[in-house]
Design a protein around this ligand. Structure first.
Ligand SMILES: NC(=O)c1ccc[n+]([C@@H]2O[C@H](COP(=O)([O-])OP(=O)(O)OC[C@H]3O[C@@H](n4cnc5c(N)ncnc54)[C@H](OP(=O)(O)O)[C@@H]3O)[C@@H](O)[C@H]2O)c1
Length: 276
């Protein structure tokens, strides 16, 4: 069995590659620019752009399982090529809100990706995480420079999920039987405000981190620089709506891996070098 891990530059893919190596599971890493992915020694890298079918054949040769990012352009063609190449099972990094009929860009994009994978005839497992703890890395420059977290919604509570937990669930789904057809909703173990997240980052870097309420227009401009205008609007709409409802918590990470989900405090300690 050899696993193709797409999105090699991403946090989840990098954690999954490390976990596969530790478990002795053969992997091939794929990305649009694999040379930039800073892969561990001994991991073979191939160029695979999910929006460019010319890159599929070499990436898929000899592969039986795939960890797949939900790149919306080209997933139908990729899933069809994977099925033709003899791939047996795809673990798709989707999202909590996946819904192909949604008016929301993020939900629709992930819903379309799930539909493409399910329609290919391949066995599948959908990982549906809520917000990633790594989203807080956007605070890193201001924490490093001034010890400040700028955020327009400091009291919004959520249960950010550690990339290593998403990767651990992916590893189980890719290497054990019994995960086919599962839709795993993944969250962190506790609902905490962004104010508390900033405090925990401060504890991890051993210096106070204060929170300043960010102007919404400034936040919007930053998000647009980081993603598309549609996704930025969806993120803002979702954040505003979340203020009035309790954060969703699941115990899926523990059920699948046998280990409790990592706390945000743990994430902050793991990423202290990013904030110092
Ligand atoms: N951030 C959240 O809170 C959250 C929550 C739920 C779901 N998600 C979903 O999780 C996924 C990753 O999010 P992220 O925040 O980790 O983003 P990220 O760090 O920017 O990673 C995006 C990854 O997607 C890969 N990618 C993008 N376009 C590609 C293409 N055409 N072909 C191949 N790979 C491509 C990139 O791979 P290379 O550059 O190496 O090619 C990169 O590794 C997204 O689908 C996102 O919507 C995010």
């Amino acid at each position: 069995m050899s696993i193709l891990i797409t999105g090699a530059r991403g946090h989840i893919a990098r954690s999954l590659i490390q976990q596969c190596l530790a478990a002795g599971t053969p992997v091939r890493a794929a990305g649009r620019n694999p040379d930039a992915a800073r892969l561990p020694a001994g991991v073979r890298a191939v160029r695979c752009d999910l929006a460019d079918p010319a890159t599929f054949r070499a990436a898929l040769e000899g592969i039986t399982k795939i960890f797949l990012y939900a790149e919306p352009r080209g997933l139908d063609a990729f899933a069809t090529s994977a099925a033709a190449a003899g791939v047996e099972h795809v673990v798709l990094l989707s999202a909590l809100s996946a819904d192909p009929g949604s008016a929301d860009e993020i939900s629709r994009m992930h819903g379309a990706a799930e539909r493409a994978v399910a329609g290919s005839g391949l066995a599948w497992t959908f990982l549906r995480p809520g917000g990633f703890a790594t989203n807080c890395l956007q605070w890193a420059p201001s924490v490093r420079a001034e010890g400040v977290v700028l955020d327009p919604f400091p009291d919004l509570r959520s249960a950010p999920v550690h990339e290593a937990d998403i990767a651990s669930v992916a590893l189980r789904a890719l290497t054990e039987p019994g995960h086919e057809g599962a839709r795993y909703v993944l969250t962190g173990p506790e609902a905490i405000s962004r104010r508390r997240q900033a405090e925990l980052i401060g504890q991890a870097v051993r210096r106070p981190v204060r929170v300043a309420v960010q102007d919404l227009e400034e936040y919007r401009a930053e998000l647009i620089a980081w993603t598309s205008p549609e996704v930025a609007e969806a993120v803002i709409r979702e954040s505003a709506a979340s203020a009035d409802r309790p954060a969703l918590l699941t115990d899926t990470v523990e059920k699948v891996t046998g280990e409790p989900a990592r706390t945000f405090g743990q994430w902050a300690r793991d990423h202290a070098p990013d904030f110092t």
